[in-house]
Design a protein around this ligand. Sequence first.
Ligand code: AMP
Length: 294
Amino acid sequence: MSMEVIQTIDGLWRAKHHLCREFATKNQKRPYVGLVPTMGNLHHGHLSLVRRMVDECDVSVGSIFVNPAQFAPGEDFSEYPRTPEADLMQCEDAGVDIVFMPESDALYTQDHSTEVIVRKLTERYCGAERPGHFAGVTLVVAKLLNIVHPDIAYFGQKDYQQFRVIERMVRDLDFPLDLAMCPTVREPDGLAMSSRNAYLAEDERKAAATIYSGLQELADAFATGQDGAEALKEVARTELAEAVQLEYLEIANAWSLDPKESAASGDVVLIAAKVGGIRLIDNIVLAAGDENAH
Ligand code: AMP
């Protein structure tokens, strides 16, 4: 069956209702519905989420929406890469049932006046560097969850803080769904795939790879018994290329994201840096000894 591309909320409800009824009639059970929210310009990272959804769900919905609310003032909203045709082809190839691709005014009415704010978890790291960013993320994700009503929504580990923030919103507001965190998909040299990587010049692209090699060095040092956070962070800093301007590097509790002085297995290392003006983020979860750290 061919994929449907829907631009309005009403249209999405109708298309989803129709597919769900068809599935229920045929299979005599309620379908399991999945959602992968994206801002488009799809790469293998996004597609890993999409493929997992298609694999696990009876009805799969992808959304493509460059959400103005999550770009802080002066950020790259208007230049954010938009490649709708290629995105739709990739979704269709992956077996997605519905792509929800609303225009901005289909999601936000002019007198829109509701905020969705998760406190504390959003105050550090990307939240501190990008004022208003997480409020924009939680607002659009809350709206998408209410529009699509999925049983499960898939997000990438790449945006680790974002995952924890969405998870807290879902818990605090009793959204009835499961969340899945999917592993970060990387380029062969380790750089986490990101739509913003395309902005990097060749030398910057090389320098950017040291963000992940720095994280790996840190994780290796931890695995061999070092646990002082300062010393561990220094291991990563030493690895970073000169062109990498560190924004933050922190070893944190995986759930509360509170910084740690002494690292433990399961803690997450969060990093953000600018390379040639392009802001990149990454993270790694620490594992002791011969547990797999990466
Ligand atoms: P975005 O389009 O940047 O909003 O990303 C949409 C979803 O894809 C988010 O849940 C991201 O965490 C996830 N994602 C982006 N890049 C990657 C990657 N390299 N590996 C895994 N997931 C990713």
